[in-house]
Write a protein that binds this ligand. Structure first.
Ligand code: 3UK
Length: 536
């Protein structure tokens, strides 16, 4: 695939794309994917909304802040002037963004797009140890950071490429002062649709983080595929949810998609399930993006919050069990829209909406994407069957100078690392991450299936199921369980849970080892970190 000439002055991103023979195959046959060139996704999302009379509509709400589309544009444009006139930002520069989801953070992201720079959004909970490899890998000179979080970055000044930190929201009002005198118009910098506009780091659990590079056109592609076909929404919709925009699930669901639909964004005060339930009630939100765990938590408080405004609820990041899907349905009358996405693919590529939803299944390939299953020998599985998932579509994996590109992209397919089963009707059912498959006494057992069975027991709050080395069986199934408040951990409960699994699944899948603990290890995006429980 020939790339259109870059409009970046700083060509770092273009120079560090993987060699072309390691790229996935891209498919652009969907009609909505005719993308103009030059193309700037910030202008496309924001400036076009103003041209189309959305100015006085609410764009972002949080606490007592209410910004109309016009106000969001004013703030964004002032930030564009601060970036270019005062901070010397040129097209192609990488800018680290650090802070919780907020109106100013969203305006910053849009400003970085409009000036043709590259946003590297980071999770607020990251510390120096985790920020350093990001700054070094993406060669970042400038960070814009919430005033309460600057400490972890300051130690990187001088010892990494980082040269300047500008804070916002603090008593000195550094960024706010710089914005004050700026004009409220800014014509977006012309960028190629193939210019990198964001670098998203994977929330991987071990080793060096991987940096995925996405183009201006990829931001359009996530709208024209998943959002357009799976998320019925319009100007009256009110989006809310928890994931940070540093997680591309949150970037799409809470910033890009609502702007695409000219809807409103209502941000919870924090990323907790409680704050989310409060926000749904307070803003009468219609669309929610969050994880299965948060849906599970909110289901338990259904009588404490008014959830009657909800219309579309999207779940991603981890497998959604039929149990959670059913209990959310019973609590709200809404069927959860499950979707599997990935940082490498930018957003969701298998999903189902409305009447097409089959609880327990993830769904079918989203229009624009093709899925293929591969057996152990790398041969395509035709018809119903189980195998490793490969995906092709308008988006795909481009790691920033990383040998692991060859592991993720095989024969033009993006190999997500997941094992899936396809049924007679073409629905895809999540089995496990390939790493989480347990081989015990010759049987293949999927950890998540045993977890789902354990979660049906009233004494189980959370659990993780892993393979544990065993001289006789190779591995045995081991369950690490956080008991519900009031349940008594010990041999009796272990026995009860083992019996419960034997009654629920084929008995050979029951956990021969059961351990109790107070909390399970999680990644910054809230995923269960099963690897951290395995023997070192
Ligand atoms: C797992 C799921 C079963 C799966 C993501 C939506 O999660 C996102 O990106 P990550 O790079 O992780 C990708 C991996 O997470 N997974 C995600 N969703 C599901 N497994 N059912 C699901 N519904 O192992 C996948 O390979 O952190 C999700 C949108 C954008 C994203 N980046």
């Amino acid at each position: 695939m020939v790339l259109r000439p870059s409009q970046h002055r700083d060509t770092f991103a273009r120079e560090n794309l993987p060699p072309e023979d390691q790229w996935p195959v891209f498919e652009f046959s969907l009609p909505g994917l005719h993308i103009p060139d030059p193309f700037n996704c910030g202008a496309w999302l924001l400036d076009q909304a103003l041209d189309q009379n959305a100015s006085q509509k609410p764009a972002i709400l949080q606490g007592d802040t209410v910004w109309s589309y016009a106000e969001l544009a004013v703030q964004t444009n002032r930030l564009c002037h601060v970036l270019t006139d005062e901070l010397g930002v040129a097209p192609g520069h990488r800018i680290l963004l650090r802070g919780a989801n907020s109106p100013i953070m969203f305006a910053l992201w849009l400003a970085v797009m409009k000036v043709g720079a590259i946003a590297v959004s980071t999770m607020p909970m990251l510390r120096t140890r985790e920020l350093q490899p990001i700054v070094e890998k993406a060669q970042i000179g400038l960070a814009i950071c919430s005033a309460d979080l600057t400490g972890d970055l300051e130690t990187l000044l001088g010892v990494t490429p980082l040269r300047r930190i500008v804070s916002y929201g603090g008593s000195t009002g550094e960024l706010e002062r710089a914005m004050a005198g700026k004009t409220d118009r800014f014509a977006a910098i012309s960028t190629s649709q193939d210019d990198v506009c964001l670098i998203a780091f994977t929330s991987g659990t071990t080793g060096q983080p991987k940096a995925t590079m996405h183009f201006h056109r990829d931001v359009l592609a996530m709208c024209e595929t998943f959002a357009r076909h799976m998320v019925p929404a319009g100007p009256d919709a009110i989006f809310t949810g928890t994931p940070s925009i540093a997680f591309t699930f949150g970037l799409g669901g809470l910033l890009v998609f609502p702007l695409y639909f000219r809807s409103a964004i209502a941000l919870p005060r924090t990323g907790t399930p409680t704050a989310l339930a409060e926000a749904i009630e307070r803003y009468r939100a219609t669309h929610v993006f969050t994880s299965p765990t948060a849906y599970r938590a909110i289901t338990a408080w259904k009588n404490e919050f008014d959830l009657s405004s909800l219309k579309v609820c999207v779940s991603a990041g981890e497998a959604l069990s039929k149990t959670i899907s059913d209990s959310w349905h019973a609590a709200t009358g809404i069927r959860l829209t499950d979707g599997i996405g990935g940082t490498e693919m930018i957003h969701i590529f298998i999903s189902a909406a409305g009447d097409e939803i089959r609880p327990g299944a993830t769904g079918k390939p989203v229009p624009g994407y093709t899925a293929q299953l591969f057996d152990q020998n790398g041969r395509a599985v035709e018809g119903p069957g189980t195998g490793r998932l490969g995906i092709r579509g308008p988006t795909g994996c481009r790691y920033l100078s990383d040998a692991r590109q060859r592991d993720y992209v095989v024969g033009g397919w993006n190999m997500t690392g997941d094992v899936y089963r396809r049924d007679e009707d073409g629905y895809y059912w999540f089995v496990a991450r390939a790493d989480d498959m347990i081989v015990s006494g010759g049987y293949n057992i999927a950890g998540p299936e045993v977890e789902a069975a354990l979660l049906l027991h009233p004494d189980v709050e959370e659990c993780a199921v892993i393979g544990w080395p065993d001289p006789e069986r190779g591995q045995v199934v081991k369950a690490v369980v956080v008991p519900k408040q009031g349940a008594v951990p010990g041999p009796d409960l272990a026995k009860t849970l083992q019996e419960h699994v034997k009654q629920t699944l084929a008995p050979y899948k029951y956990p021969r080892a059961v351990e109790f603990c107070d909390a399970l290890p999680k990644t910054v995006t809230g995923k269960l970190q099963r690897g951290a429980l395995r023997p070192k």
